[in-house]
Design a protein around this ligand. Structure first.
Ligand SMILES: NC(=O)c1ccc[n+]([C@@H]2O[C@H](COP(=O)([O-])OP(=O)(O)OC[C@H]3O[C@@H](n4cnc5c(N)ncnc54)[C@H](O)[C@@H]3O)[C@@H](O)[C@H]2O)c1
Length: 271
């Protein structure tokens, strides 16, 4: 934990640099830090949190309330608005039609170009909302809060955004880097085991190619890794901080190895 100017304690986070900017922030259960960093790194007149119904059930209200509280705390001449938009879950909604629906709703709400879109969800939400942000008024603010393991270690990194078409997956899209990627391991607690295992495939592949000690960890302690997701993870998490640390290390290695120019740097909180 790190003490801040106002006397509160911030959880330790690790910042990972991508394309010369420390835009990836990894930690566990750091919503308070996240919203303050968001206001500082992505100033906006409106924040729109977009998620799906599965994620909204657990995570939308705490994030929205924390963001509203942080806006109230930060004395600014014009108070930013916080809006939310919830869509059904699954690949079938990652379409041009859903994208248009979100865009038209944003225009009806009179959201201008200095809006920040917050993608709270798995790869489906991240890919589609990234594309919305890339084209909304020729480019609005965009941050990712990935909530699946696959999104944390793969789809939220690299700036690839897209929607599917009847001709195939991810055929229409853009490269659009998020201002921030907030990887908070607490979201894995509610992730169904099946989805967790889906993301683990990418982690195993990377470890097998690049990081021998991580591959050994995966091979020799599958029960510890699998215990991090779903209801089992929720109950056991308080007692398993060492396993969460292993996963944090694994994720950082994954991000670093993906691009040799990535590097881990400071853990200082925003001032
Ligand atoms: N941009 C890229 O580089 C890239 C890379 C790989 C994959 N992708 C894309 O990612 C998508 C797949 O992503 P995914 O596997 O994350 O699927 P997803 O986004 O559909 O999420 C999987 C399921 O888990 C639920 N969920 C998500 N987080 C949850 C949480 N914390 N608690 C409870 N439920 C939760 C979702 O509602 C959904 O039902 C595909 O569209 C694929 O094309 C993109």
């Amino acid at each position: 934990m790190t003490a801040t100017a106002n006397g509160t304690a911030d959880p330790a986070v690790t910042k990972v640099s991508i394309l010369g900017s420390e835009s990836i922030i990894v930690g566990n259960n750091y919503t308070h830090y996240l919203v303050r960093d968001l206001l500082k790194s992505s100033p906006a007149s409106t924040y729109i949190i977009i998620t799906d119904t599965n994620v909204a059930k657990y995570h939308l209200t705490p994030l929205r309330d924390a963001l509203v509280a942080a806006i109230d705390e930060a004395v600014q001449p014009t108070r930013a608005k916080v809006l939310t938009f919830v869509i059904p879950p699954g690949e079938s909604v990652k379409t041009r039609e859903t994208k248009a629906l979100i865009e038209d709703w944003g225009l009806e709400q009179k959201c201008t170009r200095d809006t920040t879109f917050i993608a709270l969800g798995g790869g489906v939400i991240g890919d589609m909302i990234g594309f919305v942000a890339a084209t909304y008024m020729r480019g609005a603010g965009f941050v990712q809060i990935p909530t699946t393991l696959l999104a944390m270690v793969d789809s939220s990194i690299g700036g690839k955004t897209a929607v599917d078409t009847p001709h195939g997956k991810n055929l229409i899209g853009a490269f659009y880097q998020p201002k921030r990627i907030f990887i908070d391991l607490q979201y894995l607690r509610t992730l169904p085991k099946r989805e967790f295992v889906n993301g683990l495939a990418e982690v195993i592949k990377t470890a097998a190619i690049w990081v021998e000690e991580d591959f050994d960890l995966l091979e020799n302690h599958p029960e510890k890794i699998l215990g991090l997701s779903g209801s089992a993870g929720t109950a056991k998490m308080q007692h398993k901080s060492d396993h969460w640390q292993n996963l944090t290390d694994l994720e950082q290695a994954k991000i670093r190895k993906r691009n040799p120019s990535f590097c881990v740097s400071s853990s200082a909180p925003p001032v």
